[in-house]
Design a protein around this ligand. Structure first.
Ligand SMILES: CSC[C@@H](O)[C@@H](O)C(=O)COP(=O)(O)O
Length: 355
């Protein structure tokens, strides 16, 4: 038993999916029940549930839930509706590949079903499996990531790639939970992450509950903080990693990678294989979500910019592979040569330290 809190954000029930509403944290801890496909789509699109793995898990449950209510005895009709609902949920957000990965895993799982009832059961089991696997995967990522840090290290991160963005532990934040369990002191510097403040609202909230030493800074304090506080490394999550290692993650990540290069400190990406999209050749092929201008013109619901101002609001950027010191996965740490190393992870059974 852990003596500290590692929060969870998604829970399956036979009649609904319960999520921790990440829009309202940290001031309000609200759990919401999602009953329909539309509820799930809305929760993902509005960031009530967010973070690549958590989006995938929630979508998988949403599809299994919708399919459990199909009133047909025809397997063909069942598959047709499943594909239709898969496409609808897939339209919720474009960048995090875990959404498509999880939905396609469910569609594939139901392919071999001989009856509608069997298909319904298979879908629920597959969605539960995705969540259980993700917890184990994040734990492994955390172990590998922790091996890269020394006691006393000061590590910078952006956005929230923590427990609530996954099944548990997180990706970029996993090493801090594991360090805490092992009594290793690490300090985290969290960027607030404008426009919607996942760093300020979520990363600090998570880590403080676990008693991890965390310091909040605004995004434009990164360079000064690296210099003044002697930051040892930067670690971030990912929404989609292309075959060549180019990595889409929360807007601001690319800038941090450039700072890491300039200061000569390592820049790590921590992500599961479900975030690596071998079919996407380079970062140029990753669709970058642009979100509503209100996220930029408003802060906590209050307008901070003039009416009618032009706004550009990309939710993600792409860090080129040459700026990434290593990609930390559940199958080991990959340092460079991503074009060949990343595809080989999918065929390797063994876990390995570094390839
Ligand atoms: C383990 S979560 C990894 C990424 O999904 C995370 O770093 C991120 O960029 C999330 O963006 P968000 O827009 O909050 O869903």
């Amino acid at each position: 038993m852990n003596s500290f809190v590692i929060p969870r954000s998604v829970e399956w029930h036979e009649t609904h999916v319960t999520i921790l509403n990440q829009q309202k944290l940290p001031s309000i801890t609200e759990y919401m029940d999602l009953h329909t496909l539309e509820d799930v789509h809305e929760a993902i699109a509005t960031l009530k549930v967010r973070g690549a793995p958590a989006i995938g898990i929630t979508a998988a449950y949403g599809l299994a839930l919708a399919a459990s209510r199909y009133e047909t005895e025809s397997v063909d009709e069942f598959q047709r509706r499943l594909q239709q609902d898969r496409d609808y949920l897939a339209s919720a957000r474009p960048t995090a590949v875990n959404l498509f990965w999880a939905l396609d895993r469910l569609v594939a799982a139901a392919k071999s079903a001989a009856s509608v009832n069997e298909a319904k059961t298979m879908l629920i089991h597959e969605a539960i499996r995705i969540q259980i696997e993700d917890e184990d995967v994040c734990h492994r990522i955390g172990e590998y990531a922790l091996s890269l840090f020394r006691p006393g290290d000061r590590v910078m991160t952006i956005c929230n790639a923590g427990s609530i963005a996954t099944a548990r532990y997180g990706t970029a934040l996993a090493p801090f939970y594991l360090a805490k369990e092992k009594g290793i002191e690490l300090s985290v510097y969290a960027l607030e992450t404008r426009p919607v403040l996942q760093g300020a609202r979520l990363t600090t909230w998570e880590l403080m509950q676990a008693g991890v030493d965390v310091t909040l800074i605004t995004d434009n304090m990164a360079a000064q903080t690296i210099k003044a506080k002697h930051i040892n490394a930067i670690i971030v999550g990912a929404d989609r990693i292309a075959r060549n290692g180019d990595t889409a993650n929360k807007i601001g990540t690319f800038g941090l990678a450039l700072l890491a290069q300039s200061f000569g400190i390592p820049f790590y990406v921590a992500a599961p294989l479900s975030t690596i999209d071998i079919k996407t050749k380079t970062g140029a092929d990753i669709p970058i979500e642009e979100r509503h201008p209100d996220e930029v013109t408003h802060l906590a619901g209050v307008r901070i910019a003039p009416e009618g101002v032009n706004v550009y609001n990309p939710a993600f950027d792409v860090t080129p592979n040459e700026l990434i010191t290593a990609i930390i996965t559940e199958k080991g740490i990959v340092r460079g040569h991503y074009e060949t190393a990343l595809p080989s992870l999918f065929t390797k059974e063994e876990h390995h330290e570094t390839i």
